[in-house]
Ligand binder design. Structure first.
Ligand SMILES: Cc1cc2nc3c(=O)[nH]c(=O)nc-3n(C[C@H](O)[C@H](O)[C@H](O)COP(=O)(O)OP(=O)(O)OC[C@H]3O[C@@H](n4cnc5c(N)ncnc54)[C@H](O)[C@@H]3O)c2cc1C
Length: 746
């Protein structure tokens, strides 16, 4: 134990780094014993064989080596491989498994995300079959993915997912398929044989996969559209694994550019097909399948980066505290005990890293839980549509009706309790399709949000973590492998759709009426939380959410200075930053909700209350730090968009654009009492200047934007106390107990 650990602390100070008791409450699996065991098992693999392999230099090769392959039996024996399977398929978790897989990814990526990716890519390879496969396909391939029981003799399926193709074909743009499928042979009344040609780029698990789900397009008038096909090693033709990709990241996973030229029976079309007028019509296009697959698997990727950030806290603290030991000053002196932790900036930056890690983990696990809730409802929706033989437009029409009812329910629940039509609410709540519509609108936002923000902003923050370790940070010896984790985070931001893909998706889903109605309720929720727990920064967040919503509505209804539409798919300069801002808000909100869960649930258990009081106090400050940062980002983004597409009325080279004119000052005075004297003085000078452009006409800079300016000013005021919270959190970092060394090798 660190010397400082012995210091007697007040009951509300952070005693130790958060353990499993804290995580299980925050991420809501305290009553799921099987998940707790799974997390432990995955941790054993991560901090055992995976960490030893990384420490031994296992990442220093591009090839799929025997040492890397030796991780697969560990995945099998620990339950990691079977976690995705149903109990009757050889698994051990009944029901939806999004959260379970998220926990595995988190634990493995705590040490090495390449190992996490290797394990998850197998699931990704099977996911098309899992989500859209026929019963026969599921029975054949998913059951065979179960690890072998003792004495069992069969080939275990190890899968890969092949969508991406060599340039210039599939990448972000998933529709440009070069992979082709043709009819090779079609005997009368027999099953057609297909000829599949597919080249892949960057395909994970290709060093050892024996089953590949590949996206292809029809190159034959007897096959309609695109589909995914299942390819097996041993099918007639070429199954070439390709050369290993020279990755700078995730080297414990296998990645290569394979080439397939194979003959397969038509029953390998994922989800099956029908035949109409001599044409094979796949039941699902490749895009329908990948949409169903990625919307789940992207959440787990987001959590890999969260794990990295949280895993950085302890090594950085250990490094900082010991930095000056052995030099001047002995035990007991601040220099010896605190080292770099004497310096405020080093502490504040670590607070930011920790707060980001918490918020991103909260967002990711909330998304994973949401998908667990959504999965059975989605099945009910599919069955409901199938019963009524509703497809395409007709299905869309019926689902739109359900969305209107869902909207009605959200609206009823947003009213004060006494004013709600409880009978109607109960009626609507009973309808699983109404519930599906509500949760689906949230999942369509939370999934891309967590993939985008956790990995993109997470990668930036990993750089911060690396910088806190000085030169050590960018060496292979860095404790916690932080340098590798920094680079790895960039892959997490890239694969399964880079940030642009997530922003594109968000720019559509975040404008759904159903999502926005719930978002408005969340603003009220934050106001309510703020009155009970002002220290969380919920007030700041509520105002930032209001500002974001105002800005969205503004750009949806107001053209730019040239009369062009602002909110449009071609204006990524508007839609993308607004998507980014939303992510900041969602992550901070979820962190606050998880903190409240921790506080509430630990209060119900007296054995936990005392120990966790300090953690709750510390996390309250972290929430405040994070909400302030989220509010700052939102304010900046919204202000740039709201003002940035206006043109100054008399914009020219000679004028001073930064000034406030008299009209503007008048507006501002109503909003910000005692507006900065320097602004007034500046304004006086420019007003007296003959060349001042605003003399020419009335000021229009704020016209119609008073509500926005007022909200922004309010938002700034809401930041009151956020730096005090940061100071307190920073102080906690100087006192918290750590281990003597990490629990995995370096
Ligand atoms: C290690 C590794 C493992 C992988 N594993 C797999 C796997 O198992 N299976 C698989 O199928 N694929 C896999 N991939 C591929 C990965 O999913 C793609 O690399 C990724 O989706 C991006 O495609 P791209 O590289 O072609 O980028 P591009 O399509 O060339 O895009 C490059 C950049 O251009 C910009 N851009 C592109 N389009 C737009 C747009 N519409 N709007 C705005 N900006 C845009 C974005 O900044 C984007 O990041 C893997 C990749 C790597 C590196």
């Amino acid at each position: 134990m660190e010397a400082l650990a012995a210091e007697i602390k007040s009951p509300a100070s952070l005693l130790a780094l958060p353990g499993d008791d804290v995580r299980q409450l925050m991420w809501r699996f305290a009553d799921r014993y099987e998940l707790q065991m799974l997390a432990q098992a995955a941790r054993g693999v991560a901090r055992g064989p995976v960490a030893r392999l990384v420490a031994a230099g296992g990442r220093n090769s591009h090839e799929w080596t025997a040492e890397k392959a030796a991780l697969l039996p560990h995945f099998d024996e620990s339950g990691i491989t079977a976690a995705v399977l149903e109990p009757e398929q050889g698994g051990f978790i009944a029901g939806p498994k999004n959260f379970a897989l998220a926990l595995i990814a988190f634990e493995l990526a705590w040490v090495d995300a390449g190992a996490a990716t290797g394990s998850l890519a197998g699931n990704l390879g099977l996911a098309p079959i899992h989500e859209r496969g026929t019963p026969e396909q599921r029975a054949k391939y998913i059951n065979a993915a179960a690890p072998l029981k003792p004495g069992e003799k069969r080939k275990q399926v190890r899968a890969a997912f092949a969508l991406t193709e060599p340039l210039p074909f599939v990448g972000v743009e998933t529709g440009m398929l070069a992979g082709k499928v043709r009819v090779a042979e079609w005997k009368k009344d027999g099953e057609p044989t297909l000829h599949v040609e597919k080249r892949g780029r960057f395909i994970t698990n290709m060093g050892f996969a024996n089953v590949v789900t590949a996206a292809v397009d029809s190159d034959d008038e007897r096959i309609k559209g695109s589909c995914m096909v299942i390819l097996e090693e041993g099918d007639p033709g070429i199954f070439d694994r390709g050369t290993p990709t020279k990755k700078l990241v995730h080297q414990l996973s296998s990645t290569s550019d394979p080439v397939f030229n194979l003959k397969v029976p038509a029953n390998r079309i994922v989800g099956g097909y029908t035949i109409k007028d001599g044409v094979i019509i796949p039941n699902f296009s490749h895009s329908e399948i990948i949409e169903a697959v990625f919307r789940r698997t992207r959440v787990t990727v987001g959590l890999m980066t969260s794990a990295k950030l949280l895993s950085a806290v302890e090594p950085v603290i250990l490094y900082q505290r010991r930095r000056f030991r052995g030099g001047e000053g002995g035990p007991g002196t601040p220099r010896y005990e605190l080292g770099i932790q004497q310096k405020e900036d080093a502490l504040h930056r670590l607070v930011d890293i920790w707060a980001t890690g918490e918020a991103s983990a909260s967002l990711g696990f909330a998304a994973a839980r949401l998908f667990d809730e959504l999965d059975p409802l989605e099945k009910q929706k599919d069955a409901w549509l199938a019963e009524r033989k509703l497809t395409g437009r007709a299905a869309f029409k019926e689902l739109s009706k359900k969305q209107s009812e869902a909207m009605e329910l959200v609206e009823i629940n947003s009213r004060p309790v006494g004013e709600r039509d409880l009978k109607r609410a109960a009626e609507l709540e009973k309808d699983p399709l109404v519930k599906f519509s509500i949760l689906d609108s949230l999942a369509s936002v939370l999934c891309p949000a967590c993939k985008l923000w956790n990995t993109g902003h997470g990668a930036n923050m990993m750089r911060e973590a690396v910088s806190l370790m000085g030169g050590y940070g960018i060496t292979e010896e860095c404790p916690g492998f932080l340098g590798q984790k920094w680079m790895d985070a960039q892959l997490e931001a890239t694969y399964e759709g880079p940030e642009a893909v997530q922003r594109l998706q968000l720019s559509v889903t975040m404008t759904s009426g159903l999502f926005l109605a719930q978002f408005e309720n969340w603003i009220t929720e934050m106001r309510r939380i703020a009155s009970d727990r002002p220290g969380t920064g919920a007030c700041t967040l509520g105002t930032a959410m209001q500002l974001w919503l105002w800005t969205l509505k503004h750009v949806q209804s107001t053209p730019d200075a040239d009369g062009a539409r602002l909110y449009h798919k071609t204006r990524q300069g508007v839609t993308f930053p607004l998507a980014d801002a939303l992510c900041w808000l969602l992550a901070a909100r979820q962190f606050i909700l998880d903190l409240i869960e921790l506080e509430t649930k630990s209060a119900e258990n007296p054995s936990l209350t005392d120990g966790l009081a300090g953690t709750v106090a510390f996390f309250t400050d972290l929430c405040h730090v994070q909400t302030a940062r989220a509010a700052g980002e939102t304010g900046r983004i919204c202000a740039e968009i709201v003002h940035g597409y206006n043109r100054h009325p008399a914009w020219d080279e000679t004028s001073c654009h930064a000034c406030y004119c008299a009209d503007e000052l008048k507006t501002l005075e109503g909003i910000i009492p005692g507006i900065d004297d320097s602004a007034r003085a500046y304004s006086d000078v420019t007003e007296g200047n003959e060349s001042h452009p605003l003399k020419a006409g009335p000021c229009v800079k704020f016209a119609g934007l008073e509500a926005f300016v007022r909200l922004r000013a309010k938002l700034d005021g809401c930041l009151t106390g956020c730096r005090l919270a940061k100071d307190r959190a920073a102080e906690s970092l100087t006192k918290v107990m750590t281990r003597e060394a990490l629990d995995y090798p370096v």
